[in-house]
Design a protein. Sequence first.
Length: 325
Amino acid sequence: MKAMELRELSKSFHGHRALREVTLEVPQGAVYGFLGPNGAGKTTAIRVLMGLLKPGGGAAFLLGEPVRPGLSPALKRKIGYLPEEPAFPEALTGFEVLDFVRRVNGIPAEAGHARIDEVLDRFALSAAAHRRAAGYSRGMKQRLGLACVLLPEPELYILDEPVSALDPVGRLEILELLASLRGRATVFFSSHVLADVERVCDRVAVLHRGRLLLQSSLDDLLERYQQPCYRIAFRETAPAGLADELRRRPWAQVVENYPGGLVVQSAPDGLASMEEELLPLLVRAGAVVTAYERQHEELEMIFLKLLREADGGGEGGGGDESALR
């Protein structure tokens, strides 16, 4: 059984297509990153999954159960959902918000109150537990929302930009928490911060203008888009004519200057020749090399390539759709 499945899911608002036949699968136990620039349709997809929006076409399934507007109470108890901007009743304190979550999920008072104390401490909210949540800062509300999600220990976490309002320390702590859930629960979270996803996810999907560009394991994605590339730094500057000499080599696909060095990228089938010839060329040119390293493509660069490719072969502007989330 898949933790989550979308089958040709579509959604339009006043003629604008926010989701375009999106199909993806999320295996149980994965930490899954749902990537896309602002306006890609990530929040729309999550709201459909949570039964908050009715899809225009296609179907969605959570833990094997078809999604319909208004999820069943039994299914809701298995899911922890965090919206992009969590909000709470103005009259309730942080502790009372969590106690409400405890009661809704049928957690006995004695065990539940101990659990509330635990999550308040984990999210650095103990000192503010008896203040009204309406007066919390945005970051505190984000942490309280995460505490609400974590309290009942659900099977599936669906989180919309879960660390967007946190400071760097809080961001790292939450990402490490999400990673620790791998194998014990399924975590599906949206983000446009690529470093966060690369840090903790084992699978990713990329959404752009409502279309799914790809879904893949992170390792396979990084390997697929890896470009054979070396970065060379010199004590001062590259020897005169070196870059032109490199560009004449049949294995050199790209040679770029940067302050104090060069980046040399081989053709896909030219890595062996480049590695055989590059260092002798540097020696013959009299280069004083201070750094020489194979570069690894980061997820951010792959993401930008995917978006450029999609825009280059897309249906044109789509400017109105970029406002849809």
